[in-house]
Design a protein around this ligand. Structure first.
Ligand code: ADP
Length: 497
């Protein structure tokens, strides 16, 4: 058996390829950014050709760094930016429009209309999602309607739809495999996560012809083979990025949870074979699917996590580098009662107040840069607690351990504060490239390189464990201060001060 698994991590701003050995250790990595296209306010697109070119280029570079050719690669796993939508011509292979990126809001009015017409409950019951432009369905319909003739072509089976995994698979397999996995399908708003099928009622609601849809497989499966490099390689693992991170963190038991702290933060809690319905507008989704059996998850997201640190750096210019925040925050007065609510684009889960805007509260004459920086970092901790409390109210048991990854977790002061705020043990793994690792694990499982989930769970290694170092009184007083700060920035405050 060849020596390496190639993980392709196709993200929103860059594409990465990582070669893992058969014990799951990263051995070589390459990364390339590509253009973000903003044709109008609220519109975000990618050129699918640029996505494809960057993918080929990083795969080749990762191999060159190890000085190997593809005969050393046993299989490929793909993980990808989710919901981003591509429609292409089956015969020419050409996309009929740019990829419409998950952040794109162009179909907001259509979603509002469908909500006003009373469809959200039905859509939510079937998909676990909300009627929001974020998901693929309204983007697909927009592409089919933007030019005369496309819808007819789609109905005749001339066009294909795919999320980015599916498009890459189709290109890698030279137009043979039109497939996706259940985690990616579960983000489209037309896939029924309970029956495990594209849903006819939803296809009709969004006006999407079934002929364009990919076949949905498990996350570990034989998706196809690629011959674009010098030897044929099977593609045997696919999952959306946040789900791949859940898998890479080996959160296989119900109640296990991971949080990824990049620009935003995505928390995913494994709920096993139970699809838990959130009363707090968190999403129910498929965490991974193996042997035809979905493992469900609840997902909560924070819009502004590392972006709060970026704002301290680029907006306020208080710091020149994100990493300087660690030292500064550690010098802050712990009793300062300064709060930053980074509601730059509104408040997400569990408040859902798009009109709210950010604030710095509790400033006094002795407030310094240290306290403001600490407040920025702590805002991410408090928002994490908000999510966990909401998941708890939804009937999920609160975990005793949170596994973290993403760019922010290099900051020890942040991770310690997270443990303090949550009264939960927080663990940082040695490999923080958990997204790519999850894709490699899924691919390797299919080929028997990894034999079982138990074996993968044993491979997970802890770099550091953080336990709460403050008492309940302190913790609750600080969190109460946060909740009061949030009340003050809400567009319709419930409390008066
Ligand atoms: P993404 O994948 O969303 O681009 P990354 O996982 O690469 O994000 O993380 C980058 C984010 O982490 C940035 O928002 C940056 O401000 C933040 N960040 C990076 N290093 C630190 C640090 N030492 N302390 C606090 N925040 C950091």
């Amino acid at each position: 058996m060849p020596d390496y698994i190639l993980a392709i991590d196709q993200g929103t701003t860059s594409t990465r390829a990582i070669l893992f050995d058969h014990r799951g250790q990263p051995k070589s990595q390459a990364q390339q950014e590509f253009e973000q296209i903003f044709p109008h306010d609220g519109w975000v697109e990618h050129d699918p050709e640029a996505i494809w070119e960057s993918t080929l280029s990083v795969c080749r570079k990762a191999m060159e760094k190890l000085n190997i050719d593809t005969s050393h690669i046993s299989c490929i796993g793909i993980t990808n930016q989710r919901e981003t939508t591509i429609v292409w011509d089956k015969n020419t292979g050409k996309p009929v429009y740019n990829a419409i990126v998950w952040q794109d809001r162009r179909t907001a009015a259509q979603c509002e209309q469908l909500k006003a017409d009373g469809f959200e409950d039905m859509v939510h019951a079937k998909t676990g999602l909300l009627l929001d432009p974020y998901f693929s369905a309204t983007k697909i319909a927009w592409i089919l309607d933007h030019q005369p003739g496309l819808r007819a072509q789609a109905e005749q089976g001339e066009l294909l739809f795919g999320t980015v995994d599916s498009y890459l698979l189709w290109r890698l397999s030279d137009g043979i495999s039109h497939k996706t996995d259940a985690t990616n399908a579960s983000r489209t708003l037309i896939y029924n996560i309970h029956s495990g099928e594209w849903d006819n009622e939803l296809l009709e609601l969004f006006n999407i012809p079934a002929a364009i849809l990919p076949e949905v497989l498990d996350s570990s499966a034989s998706f196809g083979d690629t011959n674009v490099f010098d030897h044929s390689i099977p593609i045997t693992g696919i999952a959306g990025d946040q789900q791949a991170a859940l898998f890479g963190q080996t959160c296989f038991e119900p109640g296990m949870v991971k949080s990824t702290y990049g620009t935003g933060c995505f928390m995913i809690l494994n709920t096993g074979d139970q699809a838990v319905d959130s009363q707090h507008r968190m999403l129910t989704t498929i965490g991974y699917q193996l042997n035809g059996k979905p493992s469900y998850a609840i997902e909560g997201s924070i819009f502004v996590a590392g972006a709060a640190i970026q704002w301290l750096r680029d907006g306020l210019q208080l710091i020149s580098k994100a990493k300087h925040t660690e030292k500064l925050a550690s010098k802050a007065n712990p009793d300062a009662n300064v709060y930053m609510v980074p509601a730059f684009t509104g408040l997400g889960a569990p408040y859902w107040d798009p009109q709210a805007r950010g604030a710095l509260l509790g400033l006094t004459r002795d407030t310094g840069i240290e306290e403001v920086v600490a407040a920025g970092i702590l805002s991410v901790c408090y928002q994490t607690r908000d999510l966990l409390e909401a998941m708890n109210k939804d009937g999920a048991n609160l975990p005793d351990t949170l596994r973290v990854d993403g760019g922010m977790v290099k900051n020890n002061w942040f991770v310690q504060s997270l443990a303090d705020t949550l009264a939960t043990r927080v663990q940082r793994p040695t490999i923080t490239e958990t997204t790519a690792l999850g894709a490699a694990y899924l691919a390797g499982l299919q080929l028997g390189i990894f034999e079982s989930l138990e074996q993968l769970a044993d491979l997970w290694q802890c770099d550091n464990t953080f336990e709460s170092a403050i008492d309940d009184n302190q913790r609750n007083r600080r969190y109460k201060g946060w909740l009061e700060a949030v009340e003050r920035v809400k567009s319709k405050p419930e409390l008066t001060h």
